[in-house]
Design a protein around this ligand. Sequence first.
Ligand SMILES: CC(=O)N[C@H]1[C@@H](OP(=O)(O)OP(=O)(O)OC[C@H]2O[C@@H](n3ccc(=O)[nH]c3=O)[C@H](O)[C@@H]2O)O[C@H](CO)[C@@H](O)[C@@H]1O
Ligand SMILES: C=C(OP(=O)(O)O)C(=O)O
Length: 441
Amino acid sequence: MSKIIVRGGRKLSGRVRIHGAKNAVLPIIAASILGTEGVSVIHDAPPLDDVLVINKVLESLGLEVEYKQETIRVNAQRVHTCEASYELVRKMRASFLVMGPLLARMGQARISLPGGCAIGTRPIDQHLKGFEAMGADIELGHGYIEARVNGRLKGAKIYLDVASVGATENIMMAASLAEGTTLIENAAKEPEIVDLANYLNAMGAKIRGAGTGLIRIDGVEQLKGAVHTVIPDRIEAGTYMMAAAITNGDLYIEGAIADHLRPVISKMQEMGVQIVEDENGLRVYSDRPLRAVDVKTLPYPGFPTDMQSQMMALLLTAEGTSLVTETVFENRFMHVEQLANMDAQIKVEGRTAVITGGGRLQGGKVCATDLRAGAALILAALAAEGETEITGLHHIDRGYVEIAEKLLRLGADIERVSYEYVESEEKTETLPLFSVQPTLA
Ligand SMILES: CC(=O)N[C@H]1[C@@H](OP(=O)(O)OP(=O)(O)OC[C@H]2O[C@@H](n3ccc(=O)[nH]c3=O)[C@H](O)[C@@H]2O)O[C@H](CO)[C@@H](O)[C@@H]1O
Ligand SMILES: C=C(OP(=O)(O)O)C(=O)O
């Protein structure tokens, strides 16, 4: 096992390159199942654990997948089975995104129930409602969801009760090969939806309106492999923006697309963080003191729930009291308890956290309870006095490429070490997993 050790107090400076977006590449890889001719070539696929899992799901279905130097080649000409096993789906919820493509192409799919996880119950009723509206029969049993359709799916008008990102993607993929036109009303508008629509259109689909609340998909008879470059990860970019601000540093976030980050930019500017946009990225720097602000998470273009915990870490270093309200997931405050181990003053009242900023965070032993909670702990540790040890790195590895190495190159005093875990006793070996030495900022 490994853990990250951070000794706080260094200012970060320099340039950091943003990788391709996890939440864009996962549905795009799933969509490649639809290409019955040719090969799909997906550039800027970030080397993340989640990407390896979705590749394994495709391989388990019989597709040929090759992953080299951030480029994935998928040959989807043959599909051997329409079943995605519990073993793979339990590792990553997004595996459920193969349901729409399989159902549309093969007329059937059997996928393990993705279930809930740390941040909420995360039902899939809106995905299933969409497939049913398109003519599929859905059965649930033995922990699996089985969907079947006689012949092709039929285009339908589907109103989503919640603007679900995953349901919009799954339905959009299924509808691309359906007979007739599908309208998705109250569709999610996230940039990752637009990226998926662009890829599907390059495969031959006819999708209009992606990025708005109404998406129209005119079904086609065949899709082919296509070449596509994934958009930069707005959540990774936002996390480094906060790393600059929390350390009073000065970072150039290379590849960040300002238009995808409007709510994050606005809120950070309201706090007093300096942000300069250009066509290749963002410069973020800060002169203390930062002001407290209130934040409410909302579907895009609102403030992203995936940036809520990192924002909370930053607000802990601002003067005054801030309110953070989480409206997207019902249980996304798991990081509060861990931040409390670092002397953070946060009180949770229902879906709102009251943050008393201005106190100095103290290093401590903390554990990442989910992906973005882990990012928030690393940010807090960068600002804290003394040493912080962060475990639970498997969560962080799902969504951040070499985060410790990137921060080290920016001047953080950070290392990733392996350790042995023996029952309740923890033994740390002084075995660094990378060897670059920090430079003084
Ligand atoms: C791989 C991926 O892209 N993950 C992102 C995606 O997750 P994901 O696609 O799972 O999130 P959704 O947009 O579907 O979920 C939003 C809300 O809708 C609810 N819901 C969703 C589906 C459904 O059938 N019924 C239902 O009630 C969920 O419980 C949640 O409260 O969008 C989330 C919201 O921006 C992000 O936090 C995740 O990082
Ligand atoms: C919640 C997230 O991802 P997932 O939907 O894959 O769990 C995330 O990226 O913050």
